[in-house]
Design a protein around this ligand. Structure first.
Ligand SMILES: [Zn+2]
Length: 319
């Protein structure tokens, strides 16, 4: 157990299934021979009965060939944490945004415009390379909150374009509306569907528009035939891989805390499914990832990026 000040959120223990789950971190998988990245993770969320802090998780990831991660914020506080940590940690780049399920809460408090302005400021900082996760979520947010979600999404698209950053999209039960928005206002040049949840037809449409599909551990789940079909049809130069840790732990570890060091499970599964070699796929995805976010060492880190947060924060879920 390490210094708890390195987390700013605690995952709810029943968040994933509503049932009890194994709260121990899985052991390290065999290391990748060709390194790869995790392009979407939430290291600010403590999980498990003996939480690992972001440095422990990054060290474990390094030991199995995960070169770097994109640390993703979902509100002003987690976005600021992400930007500050990325500023001093060479293996971390940051993505900043108001999550689509947070937008209605800010709106209700009358602070959505201010929050978006703060995201705009963070987006201009060094080592912040993406705006996200943003998008639409019709699963968690009901009708009354969707106006705020749409407004926030379009504002985030504008921020990504203004700073020439990649954009990470959260799309839950909102495929048509997300695509309609992107086509209407114009997607940022590098647009990623984080935790892609569509089918083969949607995958083709995304690829035709030059968008990227990031696959998470749920591609290993039994009922995820649509994701495996999407993976089969999408050109290899549009594929990314992520954990969305601490959520979406791949089979056979489902339900346990997730972490970037578990990427090899998902990557090996994807390579097996495609009938290719995991090193070939890792090389392709690494190259895709660097095209989307740039090189991890392109901007130097600094030692004085601020101190870790230690105040408890709203336990709202970001998955
Ligand atoms: Zn996420």
């Amino acid at each position: 157990m390490t210094d708890g000040s390195n987390y700013i959120r605690q995952r709810e223990s029943r968040a994933e299934t509503g049932q009890s789950r194994d709260l121990s971190y899985p052991p390290l998988p065999p290391a990748l021979v060709v390194p790869c990245y995790d392009n979407h993770t939430h290291l600010e969320i403590a999980d498990g009965d003996d939480p690992l802090d972001y440095l422990q998780q990054l060290d474990m990831a390094s030991s199995v060939g995960i070169r770097g991660v994109v640390q993703v914020g979902g509100d002003v506080e987690t976005s600021r944490w992400s930007a500050e940590m990325a500023a001093r940690e060479p293996r971390m780049l940051a993505a900043v945004a108001i999550h689509p399920n947070e937008a209605p809460r800010y709106e209700a408090a009358g602070t959505l415009d201010d929050a978006i302005a703060q995201i705009d400021e963070l987006a201009g900082r060094p080592r912040v390379r993406a705006v996200g996760e943003t998008g639409l979520d019709f699963f968690r947010t009901e009708e009354s909150g969707r106006g705020a979600q749409h407004r926030s999404f379009e504002a985030h698209i504008a921020i990504a374009k203004k700073h020439d950053l990649a954009m990470q999209i959260h799309d839950r039960d909102a495929h048509d509306a997300v695509i309609e928005t992107l086509l209407r206002v114009g997607a940022p040049e590098r647009t990623v569907f984080h935790c892609f949840s569509g089918d083969a037809d949607m995958a083709r449409l995304c690829a035709d528009n030059g968008w990227y599909l990031s696959f998470a551990g749920n591609i290993t789940f039994k009922n995820a035939g649509n994701l495996r079909e999407a993976l089969e049809v999408v050109p290899r130069d549009r594929i990314l891989v992520e954990t969305d840790a601490p959520f979406l732990t791949p089979a056979p570890l489902r339900g346990r805390p997730n972490s970037p060091y578990l990427i090899p499970y998902t990557l090996r599964f994807m390579a097996d499914h495609l009938g290719t070699d995991v090193s070939v796929l890792a090389a392709q995805i690494s190259s895709n990832t660097e095209l989307v976010y740039g090189q991890w060492d392109a901007e130097p880190v600094s030692g004085d990026a601020g101190s870790p947060w230690d105040d408890a924060v709203d336990p709202a879920q970001l998955a």
